[in-house]
Design a protein around this ligand. Sequence first.
Ligand SMILES: [Zn+2]
Length: 137
Amino acid sequence: MKKMKIQIECPYCKAKAILRPASVVYGSTLKEKGRHLYLCTNWPACDAYVSAHKSSLLPMGTLANGDLRHKRIMAHRALSAFQRHGHMETWAVYLWLQMQLGLSREEAHIGRFSAEQCEQVIAACRQAMKLPRLLSA
Ligand SMILES: [Zn+2]
């Protein structure tokens, strides 16, 4: 895929977000080597960024501030716990997620979710894990 530079706007302060090495935010750790993120040009005054895909450098979702990043991490954790609990394939988990939140396949990415949607994911996973394993019957 051709590497392209795309323009995105920070949803919080409306400034431009630009592609920067992840080390700008995380420091130079080995884990973040070669990684990039879209960072609000008002950073660190505005704490909004989103990771970029390693190969395409396209954003993994929408820019998020600290609160939203935390909620997305919690939603990911809830979803993996649900996946392990149900011994499900990743595609099946995302199909379930689409049905739970009434989303299309395109929309069902936690990186694009709002704080409210993340909370819905966490609640739906908690609820589902209380039920018997209907899917493995
Ligand atoms: Zn901003």
